[in-house]
Design a protein around this ligand. Structure first.
Ligand code: SAH
Length: 474
């Protein structure tokens, strides 16, 4: 049963629609953190007694990638991931609009509860008066999904008398853009907010950008579960103790295989552009430069002499696009005196993390990233430390990261949930049974957003601001 009840809260109508919709499966949020390597389908015994695994059906993107690899050679994991997610015809986000929600593959915080978007609105309302924005300001959302969070933000900013003049949506997926338009058209028109869509942040007009028009406004940027969808380069130590970029190749022998997939991992033989560009900064220095030119001495003994034996096979992930994006945001917010907020699952550790977090999720289950490219969401933990280091090299300031729990509670999530609960309890049009159901649901939503077992500790929040801007919640 779905309730569509509008209740008065603090003098404003607050929709409880999002608070009582079908919820995200808790396992989906936590499951996305499980390791990459999955069980490999069913093994089939042949006449010779050897176990052979049945090849899965090839996906449309798989056909494209196979042709590409046959022609140009193996792809980096980053190229493969980018195609899987945003390939214009067969990419995961390009083909479906129903990826989010309990009927999709995963559920995000704005889809759990309206309170999430409301707290982001509180954050924006705190930053907005600090901008030099006599003509008004803009909000840009990166990867807005269904548009649910932006709707909650606009509703709340209207209540807080801090509406932006312009909304910029950075979205690569045509089906999701259409869904966002449907969900936002009415509230934007009602409040005279103009809506614009862009393929990338670089195309969002902002004051101070070289090609900014006279109408450009100072812009507050919000990225909720966007950075985790950006492609990562994966480096792996080979058996000689050298770090090599992990590639995706095709399984050339179609007749015999112990894998159900048409693709397999391979290691680059020498340096790739990414190893050369990223290696010195992001791969542990003492391990990044064994003398691999002399293959004769490339053996177990030498690897041991580098003290790397216990690390062999471990991986380092580097999200070059995420680092470039945070550099762009840092440049923009320090030039135009503004701020950006980043919410995502990930870690914030100064020591180099050597484990794989890359994973694929389909219908709330983990699958291998090599399985049926384009049909599953692929994602990796965000390395907030890499983002901090990038911002520290700029003129902007980095705040956090803090856990989602800390951030939401500091901005007032607990009292806001209490107001919603009181509105349900006081609503004379609801039966006791309906009230019970809605209050239970509200409690569950609160737990999912802030409790340590659910999203509270897994998700982290960071802000990038002009040095003079004070950011709430940190
Ligand atoms: N922020 C939303 C959706 C997260 S899913 C929420 O929390 O519910 C990731 C979103 O980013 C989707 O809207 C997807 O289409 C978009 N996206 C992924 N990669 C992108 C890219 N490279 N450029 C623009 N949008 C992208």
């Amino acid at each position: 049963m779905v309730f569509r009840q509008r209740l008065v809260a603090g003098g404003h109508f607050i929709s409880l629609w999002s608070a009582v919709r079908c919820r995200r499966l808790v396992s989906a949020a936590i499951g996305k953190r499980l390791p990459l390597f999955m069980s490999h389908g069913q093994g089939l015994a042949n006449d010779d007694g050897q176990v052979r695994t049945k090849r899965e059906e090839m996906s449309p993107l798989g056909e494209d990638l196979t042709r590409q690899i046959k022609f140009l050679g193996p792809l980096t994991v980053a190229q493969y991931m980018q195609s899987c997610l945003t390939h214009p015809r067969h990419g995961y986000y390009s083909t479906k609009s129903a990826v989010l929600g309990s009927k999709g593959d995963f559920v995000t915080a704005p889809e759990v509860s309206q309170v999430f978007g409301e707290m982001i609105a509180v954050w924006i309302a705190h930053v907005a008066p600090q901008l030099d924005a006599p003509q008004g300001f803009a909000v840009a959302e990166l990867g807005p999904g269904k548009g649910t969070m932006m709707k909650d933000i606009l509703r709340s900013l209207r209540s807080l008398h801090r509406l932006p003049r312009v909304i910029h949506m950075v979205e690569s997926s045509t089906p999701l853009r259409n869904l966002q338009k449907q969900n936002l058209a009415e509230i934007a028109t009602e409040n005279s907010v103009s809506l614009h869509w862009h393929d990338s942040v670089a195309n969002v007009p902002d004051v101070g950008t070289p090609d900014s028009s006279e109408n450009a406004l100072p812009t507050i940027y919000i990225a909720q579960e966007f950075f985790d969808a950006l492609p990562v380069h994966v480096f792996q130590m080979d058996k000689c103790g050298a770090w090599r970029e992990r590639l995706v190749d095709i399984c050339r022998d179609e007749t015999s295989s112990d894998s159900p997939f048409h693709f397999r991992y391979a290691l680059a033989r020498g340096d790739t552009p990414a190893t050369a560009l990223l290696g010195s900064r992001y791969i542990p220095r003492e391990l990044s430069d064994p003398d691999t030119s002399d293959r004769a001495v490339c053996n177990e003994a030498r690897a041991k002499s580098h003290g790397v034996s216990q690390l062999r096979g471990d991986v380092v992930e580097v999200c070059a696009d995420g680092i470039a994006l945070v550099e762009l945001l840092a440049q923009r917010v320090s030039r135009a005196k503004s701020a950006a907020l980043i919410v995502d699952y990930g870690r914030d550790e100064s020591s180099c993390m050597m484990r794989s977090t890359l994973r694929a999720v389909h219908a709330h289950n983990l699958t291998s990233i090599l399985s049926r490219p384009g049909l599953a969401d692929i994602t990796a933990d965000v390395n907030f430390n890499h983002l901090r280091e990038a911002v520290q090299r700029s003129d902007a300031e980095f705040h956090g990261s803090v856990t989602q729990r800390e951030f939401l509670l500091r901005l007032g999530a607990a009292p806001r949930f209490r107001v919603l609960a009181r509105n349900i309890a006081d609503n004379v049009r609801l039966s006791d049974h309906e009230k019970d159901h809605m209050l239970k649901q509200l409690q569950q939503d609160y737990d999912r957003l802030v409790s340590k077992e659910h999203m509270g500790d897994i998700y982290r929040v960071a802000a990038v601001t002009h040095r003079s801007i004070q950011a709430a919640g940190f």
